[in-house]
Design a binder for this molecule. Structure first.
Ligand SMILES: [Zn+2]
Length: 450
């Protein structure tokens, strides 16, 4: 290449980098953490969890080699290893609670326990909380069968392994606010573990800014249609919030905010950060809380008014999901580790890690985000209040056409007011706070200021 051409290419890079410095800057620490994600670690975790035979919620709790109790204690012992490396900032607990017989999938009153690790933040004035989960329990063909083998390699040792890998890597760093890593139980019996934690969070008035559920993230081959794709993962987010007051509903309708729930903003945030930090993985935004007529561990959080999403593989394999381990007509059924794609699972974990840490280091989101509507103009004027706490370097105004699923343009500004040459009739906007290293808050949808 000619020197002049190299120079102009460099100049081009430099110019685009300075114009959008805050949207394209990579945090070297996040890159380093992403590089620390090891598929061997996660494969070892999955195989260890499978070795407990079954992790059915109502399986043996006494044995040290088989059943849910052994699996709970093993996850806790792993958390305790990370805790040592964290200098004691990570603490762990098995949070036991009682579920009454429900006449459905809980036959008798039962004691359940979520295995939870908490990484305390360094800023006591920052009350934000982030939660990441996978479900520890597994099931056989019959959801009440607590005795047969139920390896649950993909459903959901994969999600637990991802969550543990994040706990391991993130507990060696400091974050301003509290991060919770949790292996919930009771998912297959009716989302009981997640519901328990979502209720604790609601009753305790926790400021949970995002909850991320990983459930089945390690299979890349569909049954039946035989689609193989390890470059896409689905992120499910509610369209219309479960919890919406009459005034909020009215405002949503008048501002056409039908595709901008806080959970949808989180889903788009994941897509942006994944594009930035993870190669060969695209986030497929699914405009549903979960799969058709189904729910997951993020659902009780959504129902309690929290911002929550689910990661789930692009294509599911029903030969290896909710099936007894058996061979029929030469087809091997059962959720076994041999059918998993650990490189795929690693990329999904990297997406989780980049998102979670970017959010964990972000300033608080701007407040009172508004859009002026007093004049008819083809410009749009956005105003907001600077958040308290961690210092803000500037703000991203993200922009997309009304028919686009993802943000298409970002304008970086230093002030708390901006007039931009985009009509509010033709575009949607949101505003996020950014620190000097590019860590950004979740985008906030503006409400009209009259
Ligand atoms: Zn599951």
């Amino acid at each position: 290449m000619k020197p002049a051409l190299i120079f102009s290419l460099f100049l081009l890079l430099f110019i685009s980098h300075t114009n959008y410095a805050q949207t394209t800057v990579d945090d070297p620490e996040i890159k380093k953490m992403v590089a620390e994600v090891k598929s061997e670690n996660m494969e070892a975790t999955v195989r260890k969890l499978v070795s407990f035979g079954t992790r059915h919620t109502l399986s043996d709790t006494k044995s040290n080699t088989r059943g849910i109790g052994a699996a709970q204690r093993w996850v806790k012992s792993e958390f305790d290893k990370y805790a040592l490396a964290s200098g004691g900032r990570l603490t762990s607990v098995i949070d036991f609670f009682t579920i009454k017989a429900d006449g459905r999938r809980i036959a008798t009153d039962s004691q359940l326990g979520n295995v939870m690790a908490t990484l305390k933040g360094t800023d006591p004035t920052d009350d934000r909380v982030l939660i990441i989960s996978g479900h520890l329990d597994s099931r056989a063909s019959d959801v009440m069968d607590a005795k047969s083998d139920a390896p649950g390699a993909n459903d959901d040792a994969s999600g637990v392994a991802a969550m543990m890998e994040l706990a391991r890597i993130m507990s060696q760093r400091e974050f301003p606010f509290t991060l919770i890593f949790v292996a919930v139980v009771g998912e297959e019996q009716g989302l009981y573990g997640a519901k328990h934690l979502a209720d604790v969070a609601k009753d305790g008035k926790w400021n949970v800014i995002a909850m991320i559920n990983n459930d089945m993230i390690g299979n890349s081959l569909s049954s039946g249609t035989l689609l193989r794709d390890n470059t896409k993962v689905r992120v499910f987010s509610e369209t219309i919030p479960f919890l919406e007051t009459e005034a909020e509903s009215k405002m949503r309708k008048s501002t056409n905010r039908d595709n901008d729930s806080p959970s949808r903003q989180l889903a788009r945030y994941i897509k942006t950060v994944t594009n930035q930090y993870v190669e060969q993985l695209d986030i497929n935004l699914v405009y549903r809380n979960d799969r058709f007529l189904r729910g997951g561990d993020h659902t009780p959080f959504s129902q309690n008014g929290f911002t929550a999403i689910r990661f789930c593989e692009m294509n599911e394999n029903y030969d290896h999901q909710h099936q007894n381990v058996r061979k029929e007509n030469n087809i091997q059924y059962g959720d076994l580790a041999e059918f998993m794609d650990f490189e795929y699972m690693k990329k999904v974990t990297c997406s989780n890690l980049a998102t979670f840490s970017n959010l964990a280091w972000s300033p608080k989101a701007p407040t009172n985000v508004g859009i002026e509507v007093k004049d008819l103009t083809n410009f749009s004027t956005l105003v907001w209040t600077a958040p308290e706490g961690k210092s803000v370097y500037g703000y991203n105004i993200v922009i997309r056409e009304t028919s686009s699923q993802h943000w298409e343009k970002t304008i970086f500004v230093k002030d708390t007011k901006a007039e931009i040459p985009y009509s509010k009739d033709n575009f949607f906007f949101a505003v996020q706070a950014v620190d000097a290293l590019g860590h950004s808050s979740l985008p906030v949808f503006p409400l009209p200021i009259r």
